[in-house]
Design a protein around this ligand. Structure first.
Ligand code: SDX
Length: 432
């Protein structure tokens, strides 16, 4: 029989007792609301990495890490992956419901209307060295793009939110493709109004002047699925960053640019690039993965099994299951046999039998197989995290909207001070 959760938690300290309210979520998950803790007790909480701390109440995405459940606005990721598209899921995540035919047409038209960059932005790309990482370019150019929309800077662009959201979601793809082309010394390829979101991205990435890239439907579908599976993931590091910046009432583009920077780290969105580098290193060393797994278990090696483990999932990441199957399907359809996929599968099988990984509940996450698909499509390694950022844009936009619409206080965590006790200024002549 399910234990009925109490509506308050009692805190006993120094012979005194305080009551703190319990908050219940849609899926009966519970939290102790400590908003009054410091006023009541003078104490704060401390939680390294916020592993036990909820920063907000949100209606966008639900994850059950123990069950391996992921739902966007209540709809299971497996159903969306099987039936939907990235643009339809972007509408679901941002607006809260699956679009009607008319709503989808309007949203898609808005993305098409906003796919071009202001022509003056072309010259910004000239200033980057060809070796610049595209995540640095992406973050810079998202803020640069905001300069062409002064209305964004007033009242956070609330009155024109959907246009701003469409501008950001559409242009992030154009900026990414232009950054890639510039890094290769190639002429930029403009978007084509008759192409849908993901096909247009591949066109801008790989077409040549007067010779369009051959859009293989299976490649377009696989990349669209990658975008869809990355679209949101509750309060991960980069989304929490977007909410942090949004809470100061900064504009949507500034908040998204901050999200790009947080996503770049190898422990977060940068992991998909790190997984391929790891697989390539294992392949080049002739190791079957055993040596690498041994190193990943050795704290002194500084190595981790990239693409494995997750703060929330203590079960298989449902997205990894879907991507692994899409990987097999795509490589079979493209008649590609990739030794790195074989190594990845061997690593997964070995790790899932190894007590080190089993005891710590470390399973493949979304990044473990996604890079193999991107490699099969021809997307270069340094663009992998950029693809993740494009996919995550709807989630960042929806979280920004949620902060703007709720009476959110500015995010300002407290701390426990462990520095020097009171001391006084010493003139340099007296210092030793
Ligand atoms: C994403 O939050 C999200 O939702 C993120 C994301 C999203 O969609 O936004 O899902 C996308 O970022 C996926 C994660 C991508 N990162 C990687 O694949 C990098 C490798 N994984 C890890 O570094 C790690 O698992 C994290 C960062 C993902 C989670 O880190 P935690 O929750 O802080 O866990 P931890 O570092 O405290 O590890 C717990 C234990 C430690 O060992 P002990 O100290 O208990 O002995 O597990 C070990 C860790 O050393 N461990 C690993 C490991 N991950 C954790 N050991 C080897 N290889 C790994 N990959």
């Amino acid at each position: 029989m399910e234990l009925r959760m109490s509506t308050t938690a009692e805190l006993m300290l120094n012979g005194r007792k305080w009551s703190l309210p319990i908050v219940e979520g849609t899926e009966k998950e519970h939290a102790i609301n400590i908003s009054s803790l410091r006023d009541q007790t003078g104490l704060i909480t401390l939680d390294d990495g916020y592993a036990n701390t909820g920063s907000c109440q949100s209606a966008i995405t639900f994850i059950d890490g123990e069950q391996g459940i992921l739902r966007y606005r209540g709809i299971p990721i497996e159903e969306l992956a099987a039936n939907s598209s990235f643009v339809e899921v972007a509408h679901l995540i941002i607006m809260g419901h699956l679009p009607t035919h008319e709503e989808l047409r309007q949203f898609s038209d808005l993305l098409t209307e906003n796919e071009l960059l202001n022509e003056a932005m072309k010259y910004h790309f000239e200033g980057f060295p060809t070796t610049a990482h595209p995540m640095a370019i992406l973050s810079s150019m998202i803020n640069a793009a905001s300069c062409f929309y002064p209305e964004l800077l007033h009242e956070g662009g609330r009155s024109t939110f959907m246009v701003q959201a469409a501008r950001l979601l559409s242009k992030v793809r154009t900026i990414a493709a232009f950054a890639y082309r510039k890094s290769r010394g190639l002429p930029i390829i403009y978007p084509k109004p008759d192409l849908k979101y993901t096909a247009n991205f591949l066109h801008m990435m790989f077409s040549q002047p007067y010779q369009d890239y051959e859009l293989k439907p299976e490649a377009v579908k696989a990349l669209d699925l990658i975008f869809l599976l990355h679209a949101d993931h509750e309060q991960n590091c980069s989304t929490a960053t977007v909410r942090m910046v949004a809470s100061s009432r900064a504009n949507l583009f500034a908040s998204a640019a901050a999200g790009v920077c947080a996503l770049w780290g190898p422990l977060h969105g940068g992991a998909n690039q790190a997984v391929l580098e790891m697989l390539q290193q294992i392949h080049d060393s002739g190791d079957d993965g055993s040596k690498f797994i041994a190193a990943a278990k050795d704290k002194n090696s500084g190595k981790r099994l990239m693409g494995f483990g997750h703060r929330v999932y203590k079960n298989y990441d449902p997205r990894a299951k879907i991507i692994k199957k899409a990987c097999d399907d795509l490589l079979a359809r493209l008649h590609i046999s990739d030794p790195l996929l074989d190594i990845a599968k061997h690593l997964e099988a070995a790790a899932l039998r190894d007590p080190y990984f089993v005891e710590r509940k470390l399973y493949p996450n979304v990044d473990f197989y996604s890079g193999i698909i991107m490699r099969a499509i021809g997307i270069p390694l340094e663009m992998f995290t950029v693809v993740f950022a494009i996919g995550r844009m709807p989630g960042w936009i929806a979280n920004y909207k949620e902060v703007m619409e709720a009476p959110t206080r500015i995010y300002r965590p407290r701390q426990v001070y462990t520095g020097a006790a009171l001391r006084h200024y010493v003139p340099i002549k007296d210092r030793r």
